[in-house]
Design a protein around this ligand. Structure first.
Ligand SMILES: Nc1nc2c(ncn2[C@@H]2O[C@H](COP(=O)(O)OP(=O)(O)O)[C@@H](O)[C@H]2O)c(=O)[nH]1
Ligand SMILES: [Mg+2]
Length: 277
């Protein structure tokens, strides 16, 4: 995998070469972590209607999709982004300074699709930054540390404040438990049960991951990208359809107004009939 520098918000994004990378090259809709813990598609693939529309010559272009990570400090937000984007893990804690973001380019059903992943040190607590951080997020990832039960409660609060600021109508919501490697099997099962209840309350899709071992990291980001792509593409296609419908309903009116031939024929026939009005 090519080495890339972590990107600061103020620097221009450098797109990554993703065409043949199996991590970011998707032809099917990846499954949810658990079919019981998702409010989103449980289908094994993208909707046939979407596939059909994408075969048509008029293909909509999508803007990069904004994904924000929220949750207590040190729950592992930066670690999961770094594991996916660079396949690396640092065990010594370095707080994120300012707002970092990564741009990861996917190829989904032959379309380029960018994910902008926004990650902060928690400055989004302050109102001035919160607005910019949360605004227009299409995906919110509420993150908690599976080894710290109280961070699950905190994740719910983080999510609710993100939703208060968010201006996107209905963002996709994920609840992600990190550091799965730190738990025994029994603790893991117990924590997943608790988190499953929370996910249902939040209407979020649930995932347990580990940045240290890499457990379910690729699967999570692939699922996230695919659902975000499907949602954005469906919105764009709806928009294209309604614009096309508007144009067809307007066309007869316009042609009546500007059709000079019909204008002159109607005038001359009126003159022939001797009507002066
Ligand atoms: N054992 C383990 N430690 C992790 C994992 N993810 C993160 N950490 C550690 O938790 C600390 C905080 O992680 P970081 O990603 O910086 O947290 P953030 O403040 O939420 O961005 C660091 O010391 C990481 O090494 C994980 O999956 N397993
Ligand atoms: Mg961080």
């Amino acid at each position: 995998m090519p080495h890339r520098m972590r990107q600061n918000l103020l620097l221009p994004a450098t797109p990554t070469a993703t065409q043949h990378d199996p991590r970011t090259h998707l032809r099917h809709l990846p499954p949810a972590y658990s079919l019981a813990q998702t409010p989103y598609s449980r289908d094994k693939d993208f909707a046939p209607q979407l596939r059909y529309q994408l075969e048509l010559p008029r293909k909509p272009k999508l803007r990069p999709c904004k994904v924000i990570f929220v949750g207590d400090c040190a729950v592992g937000k930066t670690a999961i982004v770094n594991r996916f984007c660079y396949d690396k893990f640092q065990s010594n804690y370095k707080a994120t300074i300012g707002v970092d973001f990564e741009l990861e380019n996917f190829s989904i059903l032959g379309h380029n699709f960018g994910l902008e992943m926004w990650d902060t040190a928690g400055q989004e607590r302050f109102k001035c930054i919160a607005g910019a951080y949360y605004r227009n997020a299409s995906v919110i990832v509420a993150t908690y540390d599976m080894a710290k039960r109280e961070s699950l409660e905190a994740a719910k609060k983080w999510l609710s404040s993100a939703l208060n600021y968010n201006t996107t109508q209905k963002p996709l919501i994920f609840l992600v438990g990190t550091k799965a490697d730190l738990l025994t099997k029994e603790e893991f099962v117990r924590m997943e049960r608790l988190a499953g209840v929370a996910a249902a309350e939040l209407q979020a899709e649930y995932w347990s991951v580990s940045a240290r071992s890499g457990y379910k990291i690729n699967e999570f980001f692939q699922r996230l990208a695919a659902l975000a792509f499907e949602t954005a593409m469906q919105q764009q296609l709806k928009l294209l359809k309604s614009t096309a419908e508007e144009q067809t309903t307007q066309t007869p009116e316009k042609s009546q107004k500007f059709d000079l031939r019909s204008y002159f024929t109607s005038r001359s026939s009126k003159q022939k009939s001797g009507c002066a009005c």
